[in-house]
Design a protein around this ligand. Structure first.
Ligand code: ADP
Ligand code: MG
Length: 587
């Protein structure tokens, strides 16, 4: 059916419609209704299309307006923000990976300079010692000359930013009289354009540790606030990096200091000046130590227990060329024979039940340094054989191992045993003895160096006074007499213990005879009396007091009597009784 016809006819008047209906003769009413609804649908569709087209047009017009009016600024601003974010990301990475902050800061400045049109920029840090602000890194400036530029806190714009911790913006530098511009003339590229200067603080823990300064070309429309904020974010990243580095350096410095201090303490403790005694026998010992220390010779130290053999061994090590290498000690008496070998030579994994992993022996641990074998006389015969081999060949095998271990170790051995006697009894190998007896130092017993007793006693008083926070001024004369007349079977170790006890029980500032143990209480200090009766203890105390008073009065009995609230007659009687020699106080 032609469309035109259909359309015109259905719009016509009632008579026309009727005639149309006539034209459709044979068409049922149902069919007609269908045709009509199709028409309505088409009509609606046309209308909708028209509205949609209109709306589309409106949107397009609006968009066109937006596109034409705002786009350049909006887009470039968005681009700038994106660029800033990616710059920050890059800087974050640079600073996080930095092993050297100077170069990391320089790389940061370069990144900012390249992407954000900074003509020049620099990082300055406050040197807390000299109170000066110095260049740390630069961009667009002559690095070498710039390093000479410094500011004081509060001086110029930079000094003020450090002082106040607040950023400063100078839009036109040519108009700012406060700007000292010490970096002028150091620019790599000079421009005639007006320059703006922005300076932001690098803040750590509330105070400025430095600044970032940046030169930009002046633009009236520039958003200086945003640029300042951007630089402040970079400054915060730098501050974080500085803080981390400072923390690490502080820890490192503390450890290094501690190590130096400990090493120094060790060296001091065992250097000669800490070995007390200037008696002739001790002088000979010092001489021998000096002779042998700087060689690699094996040293045999002989002497009674407590004479200071271990101390001398330390002194030899710390005065040798091996001083910075380990000093390893092992006492042959302290370990059972079964353990001593594995301690000395180490073992491989599975060498015996319980050997779950391989272990280094003391010989290996002392490599390059000194091994001190104390109480060598207690070493069993099988281990003596092994030790002999190490001394001859400087090599050994670990327990359960086949591999030969070579070591460079200096050996010092000590004993209080009569080795010659032990050889006779077949307890000590003669060949080993000759290997060890290359350079022997005899440390004399304390009773053979009486002049050292007082020196040592005073040294230990000082030591324990410090240790136990006491204040001891002196040792009373009677006490000194007791110390010097005693025979000291335990040698210096015993003296050390005696003095420590005296310092502990001393209730005044003077160590008196009664502060000393019973074994020293008899006049001659003989070891026959071990228990003291009340009467003899009182007598000892009385004698102490009188001698002390006589010392104060320089031997004047009358004055001493006054000091003790007694009479000259009584004092005279006691002096006789205790056989006190007053002359010795008259100095
Ligand atoms: N000449 C000395 N000066 C200072 N202290 C000493 C001296 N001799 C020994 N000592 C001290 O006496 C104690 C015993 O000394 P040590 O070397 O262990 O003796 P040994 O090894 O001969 O048994 C140690 O505490 C040591 O510091
Ligand atoms: Mg010892």
């Amino acid at each position: 059916m032609p469309k035109r016809f259909f359309a015109t006819n259905l719009r016509g008047s009632a008579s026309q419609r009727r005639s149309v209906a006539d034209n459709f003769v044979g068409l049922s009413v149902e069919a007609y209704k269908n045709v009509r609804s199709v028409y309505v649908a088409i009509k609606l569709f046309t209308l909708t299309c028209r509205t949609v087209r209109f709306n589309m047009l409106r949107i397009m017009v609006a968009t066109e307006r937006i596109v034409k009016s705002k786009t350049p600024e909006l887009i470039s601003r968005e681009r700038r923000e994106v660029r800033k974010l990616s710059t920050l990301l890059e800087i974050g990475r640079i600073l996080a990976d930095a092993s050297n902050l100077k170069t990391a800061f320089a790389a940061t400045l370069e990144t900012v300079g390249r992407h954000h049109g900074m003509v020049r920029s620099f990082v300055m840090l406050l040197d807390r010692e000299s109170e000066k602000i110095r260049i740390e890194a630069t961009y667009g400036l002559n690095q070498d000359s710039a390093h000479r530029v410094t500011y004081r806190v509060g001086e110029g714009v930079i000094g003020r930013v450090v002082q106040t911790g607040k950023p400063v913006v100078v839009p036109q530098t040519s108009r700012e009289p406060l700007l000292l511009n010490r970096l002028r003339g150091l620019e790599e590229h000079v421009t005639r354009k007006e320059i703006s200067f922005i300076c932001v603080p690098i803040v750590i823990g509330g105070t400025a540790a430095g600044v970032i300064g940046a030169d930009l070309i002046y633009k009236a429309e520039r958003d200086y606030d945003r640029t300042t904020k951007f630089l402040s974010v970079i400054a915060a990243l730098m501050a974080q990096a500085l803080k981390v580095k400072e923390g690490i350096e502080l820890d490192k410095k503390r450890l290094v200091d501690e190590n130096i201090h400990l090493k120094q303490e060790l060296r001091e403790r065992y250097d000669f000046s800490h070995i007390i005694g200037n008696s002739n026998p001790m002088r000979l010992v010092y001489e021998q130590v000096t002779q042998v220390a700087r060689t690699n010779t094996t040293v045999l130290l002989r002497g009674e227990s407590g004479t200071g053999k271990e101390m001398i061994a330390h002194a030899i090590h710390y005065n040798s060329l091996r001083a910075s290498k380990p000093f390893v000690k092992i006492s042959c008496a302290a370990l059972p024979n079964t353990l001593i070998e594995s301690e000395l030579f180490g073992y491989e994994k599975g060498a015996f039940t319980g050997a779950q992993s391989r272990k280094k022996g003391r010989f290996e641990l002392a490599d390059g340094g000194t091994l001190f074998l104390d109480e060598i006389g207690d070493l069993d015969l099988t281990t003596q054989v092994k030790l002999l081999r190490v001394l001859q060949e400087r090599e050994f095998e670990k327990l359960g191992g086949v591999e030969t271990v070579k070591v460079n170790v200096r050996l010092i051995v000590a004993t209080n045993k009569d080795l010659e006697e032990a050889i006779k009894l077949a307890q000590f190998r003669e060949d080993l003895f000759y290997r060890l007896n290359v350079f022997t130092i005899f440390i004399p017993p304390l009773r053979e160096r009486k002049p050292d007793i007082l020196l040592l006693a005073e040294h230990f008083v000082e030591k324990f006074e410090r240790e136990h926070s006491k204040r001891i001024k002196r040792i009373s004369t009677p006490a000194i007499d007791m110390l010097t007349s005693y025979h000291w079977p335990g040698n210096v170790r015993e003296l050390e213990n005696v003095i420590e006890r005296a310092v502990l029980i001393c209730e005044s500032s003077v160590i008196h005879g009664h502060h000393l143990p019973p074994s020293l209480q008899t006049a001659e200090g003989s070891d026959t009396i071990t228990r003291l009766s009340l009467a003899s203890a009182l007598e000892a105390y009385e004698r102490d007091l009188i001698q002390d008073a006589l010392k104060t009065s320089r031997g004047n009995r009358a004055k001493a009597a006054k000091l003790l609230d007694s009479t000259e007659r009584i004092i005279g009687y006691k002096v006789k009784k205790y056989r006190i020699k007053c002359d010795r106080f008259r100095t």
